[in-house]
Design a binder for this molecule. Structure first.
Ligand code: NCD
Length: 306
């Protein structure tokens, strides 16, 4: 495995399977009443969050703590970043603290890549702008495997605001590595120009793709990243690309519904679909902790998972 995890493309099939299998072993720990292993005792993990986050931040913190690492949480609000301190100076401060791993979320695509040149520890990308979010893709793959078994040949449909979604890009790359067949469904205005080079199919017709899907992953409409009108109205978007009860009924009986959160209930996904037993949305959060434990464990070179 590489020293850093910046893109899902950094992972070979063997790397990805090793992470997923390790996460499966570690899941047993999360089910115990004492959810802690001594593996990373004495190691320091810094969580560096320049962008808002609920699930990812809490999940990395829980993952590092369950492996007994010392955890330093840094959020840009309330730090010297709001006084204009640069990423480089922040990185040098972390370096002085002896961070073994730095988990970074940043609004600029490429920030984790830059950071990796300035610190000695491992860098884990927890979401950079509209670029990538590799641990989300890993926890999604882990959640799919738990429900469906092997992903080889599985049909995965990813729907919505692909243009602004780091989750979509990382998922397409990882799922292709794992042998799944991915179809992206979005309005043409919400697809990146480069999508033709991605290892997936593209469709504009959700109703046609749903009956052939093993997994339907809905993406959040990322209004905070939109500086123009990408669709006529929220109602129109929802009517064409939202997963409501009628569309849900078109999916095969054992197909599952996913969403990385946070959701716009009633827009890209109806509340009753999100809360159905075939939705993995809450499981995805729990699986995020286990998957991130596996990533930290493997990057920081723990010896045994027991
Ligand atoms: C995603 C993100 O931040 O990229 N959420 C997450 O990490 N769980 C998706 C989103 O914000 O829509």
């Amino acid at each position: 495995m590489n020293k850093h995890l910046i893109s899902a493309a950094d992972l070979s099939k063997d790397d990805a399977l090793l992470i997923l299998d390790t996460a499966e072993e570690l899941a047993a720990v999360s089910e115990r009443s004492i959810k802690k292993l001594p593996t990373l005792r004495g190691r320091t993990v810094v969580n560096l969050f320049f962008e808002d986050s609920t699930r990812t931040r809490i999940s990395f913190e829980a993952a590092a703590k369950r492996l007994s690492a010392d955890v330093i949480n840094f959020s840009a609000k309330g730090s010297s970043v709001s006084k204009g301190e640069s990423l480089k100076d922040t990185a040098l401060t972390l370096e002085a603290m002896g961070a073994d791993a730095v988990v970074i979320r940043h609004g600029a695509s490429g920030a984790p890549h830059r950071l990796a040149n300035w610190v000695r520890g491992s860098v884990v990308n927890a979401g950079d702008g509209t670029h990538e979010h590799p641990t989300q893709a890993l926890l999604d793959a882990f959640s799919m495997r738990r429900r469906l078994g092997s992903l080889e040949g599985r049909k995965i449909t990813i729907v919505g605001d692909v243009l602004h979604s780091r989750v979509a890009r990382s998922n397409v790359l990882l799922l292709a590595t794992l042998g799944a067949e991915v179809t992206l469904v979005a309005p043409p205005t919400l697809l990146p120009v480069s999508v033709g080079t991605w290892p997936c199919e593209v469709s504009y017709d959700l109703d046609a793709v749903l009956p052939k899907s093993d997994v339907v992953m809905m993406l959040r409409v990322q209004k905070e990243r939109m500086n123009a009108a990408y669709f006529p109205s929220e109602r129109e978007y929802s009517r064409r690309y939202g997963l409501d009860r009628d569309r849900f009924a078109k999916m095969p009986e054992d197909a599952i519904v996913m969403h990385p959160g946070p959701m716009n209930r009633g827009m890209e996904i109806a509340a009753e679909v999100a809360d159905s037993p075939r939705s993995t949305i809450v499981e995805q959060v729990a699986n995020g902790v286990t998957t991130r434990m596996a990533v930290l464990y493997l990057l920081l070179g723990g010896e045994s998972a027991q």
